[in-house]
Ligand binder design. Structure first.
Ligand code: CUA
Length: 188
């Protein structure tokens, strides 16, 4: 074998390896795009937070987010919907009551500036943006208490902006739900 043909063979091997890696990189990108589209469409990972709108100036006057409609609502299909409003510097309700082992839909928005919405020891983590409804689905396996801090700097009182999520067992929750249209644990 001449030096020239050895050189050519080396180039051919390098080109083959490069082509293979180009395919692997392309496949990885395609996989990531597919995962993004799938989780986006199925709400599996990223909560859609800029789909529905809600006018922050009239939240307290009418519509879904008036105060009497906030808190946890038992739905006919056995699931629970929780509605929350964030404002400088608190959440309404300040204590969120939900049942364990139950599909929960959270619908939340902000009355003023961007706030953070995070429930400790869960993967619940989103932003509450004025003008938009943040919606996500979740469930809690076990009863227990979870702190819920605002984790988006929202002004001078930001570090004092906290609420709590109290997860109780299903029976306790639905027993209470027969007596109240909306539930929270604010006065419990
Ligand atoms: Cu609300 Cu930080």
């Amino acid at each position: 074998m001449t030096a020239q043909s050895e050189h050519d063979e080396g180039l051919e091997i390098a080109a083959r390896i490069e082509r293979r890696w180009a395919w692997i990189a392309t496949a990885l990108i395609a996989l990531l795009v597919a995962v993004t589209i799938y989780t986006g469409l199925h709400w599996a990972m990223m909560p859609p937070s800029r789909v529905e709108t809600a006018d922050p100036r009239t939240l307290h006057v009418s519509g879904e987010f008036i105060e009497s409609n906030l808190g946890a609502a038992a739905e006919a299909d056995g699931s629970v919907t929780v509605r929350i409003v964030a404002q400088q510097y608190s959440f309404t309700p300040q204590c969120i009551l939900v049942p364990a082992g139950t599909p929960i839909t959270v619908r939340a928005t902000s009355a003023d500036v961007v706030h953070g919405f995070l429930v400790d020891h869960t993967n619940i983590n989103t932003m509450l943006v004025p003008g938009y409804v943040s919606t996500f689905r979740t469930s809690f396996a076990e009863p227990g208490d979870h702190p819920m801090p605002c984790h988006e700097f929202c002004g001078t009182g930001h570090q004092g902006m906290w609420a709590e999520v109290k997860v109780v067992d299903r029976d306790t929750f639905f027993k209470q739900a027969t007596n109240a249209r909306r539930l929270s644990c604010v006065n419990q």
